[in-house]
Design a binder for this molecule. Structure first.
Ligand code: GDP
Ligand code: GDP
Length: 455
C-alpha cells in the first residue's frame, strides 16, 4: 500500500519529506525609527511580535523565520541597537555590517518622509563594499502622495526605491516579491559546510567566561592558519587549528579576540556575534564560569545553540577556582537549569592552567558523531515497534493514535518523521525522544521529531 511504497522509497536512499537546505537570510537594515520593526512584524504577520522598542533595551532575538509564497526565509533584525548620539553614523554602519555579513541579501529601509540623511549615505557605502544584493524600501509611504518622496531616494544610488507602508501594509507584498527574487533558494552563507573539510567549531559564552583565553590555550603551541574567509570583511574570520590529529576550523575568532567594541549595544552586538558564529558552525562549545552561579544569559545561549540545531559541548571553565562547596552547588544548578541538555557532554576545564583542555576534542568528536548519525529505516521501525508494544500511546476520547512507521528525514542534526493516525501528545513525543537517546546514544546533539498525520 501507499505507506509501504513511501517506506521503500526512503530505504532506496531518498531522503524523504522536508529536506531542504538552510533558508536564505535577509538582513533588515536602517537607521533607528525608519520602521524596521514594524516591517518585520508586518512580514511575520505579527505571529512573533518584535518586542521592546524602548531605547537602550536590547532584544534577545535577532532572527525570525518567515515565509512568502511558500518560500522560507530568515529575517535578521538589526533594530535592537542602542545607539548613542556620538559617532552614530559610523556605529550603525559598523553594526549593520555584522548583520550583512551573515545575510544573503539586505533590505535597506529608509524613511521616505524625511528623505536620505548622512547616516543613510554612510550605510549605503558599507552596503556597496559588502557586495550583497540590496533592495531599497522607502517606508512610511502611507498613500499616493508619498510616492513622490519615495522617488527622491533614487539619489542614494541603490536603484529603484520600493515604496511601502510597513504600518498599513501598502506595497509590502510587492516588496516581498522583489526580495524573494534576489534571494537564493538556499542560504549561501553556509557554503563552507562542504563535507570532508575541517569541522567547524564556535566558542560561545557570555563575556569574561574565558573564550579568548581558551582559544589562546588551544592554538598556543599548535600550527595556526588564519583564514580570511569570504573576504567580505576587513578582519580575518576563522582560524584553522590542528588538534588531536585533525584540523578544526574555529569560526569567527576575530569576534572573540576583538574585545574592543564594547560601548552601548554591546549585549546585542554579542548576541548577534554568537548567532553569526553558530550559523556557520557545526558544533558549539558553550563556556560557562564554573565558579559563578549559572545565569539566565548562559541558559539563553545554550537555548540558541539547540534552536539553531548545532551539536553541543558544555565546558565549565575556571575549574582552578573551584572548592567543595561551590562544586556541590554547581551540581544542583546543573540539575535545575540544564536538565533539558543533560545529553550534552560536559568537561571541566581551566583555560588558565590547561587542566583537562585535552578532553575538549574527544567531547566535540562525540557530539559531532551523534550529530551526523543516520539510523537506517528498518532499524528505526524495529525500535518503534518495540517502543509501542512496551508503552502504547494513551487512549484519548476513545481514540488511540498509532504510529504507522517512521523515518529519519535528515541528519546534522537528526530529524525524524513519524507517520501516525493521529496527533501524538507532547508527553508521548518526549518519551520517544528519551527512548531514542537511551537506545542510540545521540550524546551531544539535539533531536527533532516531526509528525505526518494520515487521516
Ligand atoms: P525601527 O527603529 O526602525 O525598528 O522603527 P519602528 O518600527 O519602531 O518604527 C518607528 C516609528 O515609525 C514608530 O512610531 C512606527 O509606528 C512608525 N512607522 C513605522 N512604519 C510606518 C509607516 O509605514 N507609516 C507611518 N506613518 N509610520 C510608520
Ligand atoms: P572572554 O571575554 O570570554 O573572551 O574571556 P577572557 O578569555 O578574556 O577571560 C576573562 C577573564 O577570565 C580574564 O581575566 C582571564 O584571565 C580569566 N580567565 C579565563 N580563563 C580562566 C581560568 O580558567 N581560570 C581563571 N582563574 N581565570 C580565567
Amino acid at each position: 500500500d501507499e505507506d509501504r511504497a513511501l517506506l521503500s522509497a526512503y530505504e532506496d536512499g531518498d531522503t524523504g519529506p522536508e529536506v531542504t537546505g538552510p533558508a536564505p537570510v535577509l538582513a533588515v537594515v536602517g537607521r533607528p525609527n525608519v520602521g524596521k520593526s514594524t516591517l518585520i512584524n508586518r512580514i511575520l504577520g505579527r505571529r512573533e511580535a518584535v518586542v521592546e522598542d524602548v531605547p537602550g533595551v536590547t532584544r534577545d532575538r535577532v532572527s525570525y523565520s518567515a515565509e512568502w509564497n511558500g518560500r522560507p526565509l530568515t529575517l535578521v533584525d538589526t533594530g535592537g541597537w542602542d545607539i548613542d548620539a556620538k559617532g552614530m553614523a559610523s556605529r550603525i554602519a559598523e553594526q549593520a555590517e555584522v548583520a550583512v555579513e551573515m545575510a544573503d541579501a539586505v533590505v535597506f529601509v529608509v524613511d521616505a518622509t524625511t528623505g536620505p540623511t548622512a547616516t543613510d549615505e554612510h550605510v549605503v557605502r558599507m552596503l556597496r563594499r559588502a557586495g550583497k544584493p540590496v533592495v531599497l524600501a522607502a517606508n512610511k509611504v502611507d498613500d499616493e502622495r508619498g510616492e513622490l518622496a519615495a522617488a527622491e531616494l533614487w539619489s542614494l544610488g541603490l536603484g529603484e526605491p520600493h515604496p511601502v507602508s510597513a504600518m498599513h501594509g501598502r506595497g509590502v507584498a510587492d516588496l516581498l516579491d522583489v526580495l524573494v527574487d534576489v534571494l537564493p533558494e538556499v542560504s549561501g552563507i553556509d557554503a563552507l559546510s562542504e563535507v570532508g573539510g575541517p569541522r567547524r567549531v564556535a566558542l560561545v559564552g557570555r563575556p569574561n567566561v574565558g573564550k579568548s583565553s581558551l582559544l589562546n590555550r588551544l592554538v598556543g603551541s599548535e600550527r595556526v592558519l588564519v583564514d580570511n574567509v569570504a573576504g567580505t570583511t576587513r578582519d580575518p574570520v576563522d582560524e584553522l587549528v590542528e588538534l588531536g590529529g585533525r584540523q578544526w576550523r574555529f569560526v569567527d575568532t576575530a569576534g572573540i579576540r576583538k574585545r574592543a567594541r564594547q560601548a552601548s549595544g554591546a549585549d546585542f552586538y554579542a548576541a548577534l556575534r554568537t548567532q553569526t558564529a553558530l550559523e556557520r558552525a557545526e558544533v558549539a562549545v558553550v563556556l560557562l564560569e564554573a565558579d559563578q552561579t549559572l545565569s539566565e544569559q548562559d541558559v539563553r545561549i545554550i537555548k540558541t545553540v539547540t534552536e539553531t540545531g548545532r551539536a553541543l559541548v558544555l565546558a565549565f571553565n575556571k575549574w582552578d577556582l573551584m572548592d567543595e562547596d561551590r562544586r556541590h552547588f554547581l551540581e544542583r544548578e546543573i540539575e535545575q537549569d540544564l536538565q533539558h541538555v543533560e545529553w550534552a557532554p560536559r568537561v571541566n576545564i581551566s583555560a588558565k592552567t590547561g587542566r583537562h583542555a585535552d578532553r575538549l576534542v574527544p567531547a566535540m568528536e562525540r557530539a559531532l558523531d551523534s550529530w551526523d548519525t543516520r539510523i537506517p529505516t528498518g532499524r528505526l521501525n524495529a525500535f518503534l515497534g518495540e517502543l509501542v508494544a512496551a508503552n502504547p500511546h494513551p487512549v484519548r476520547g476513545g481514540k488511540q493514535p498509532r504510529i504507522l512507521f517512521g523515518t529519519q528525514a535528515s541528519n546534522r542534526p537528526p530529524k525524524f518523521v513519524l507517520f501516525t493516525t493521529g496527533f501524538l501528545e507532547p508527553g508521548y513525543r518526549r518519551y520517544i525522544t528519551r527512548r531514542l537517546r537511551e537506545t542510540f546514544g545521540f550524546e551531544g546533539t539535539p533531536l527533532e521529531i516531526g509528525m505526518r498525520i494520515r487521516e
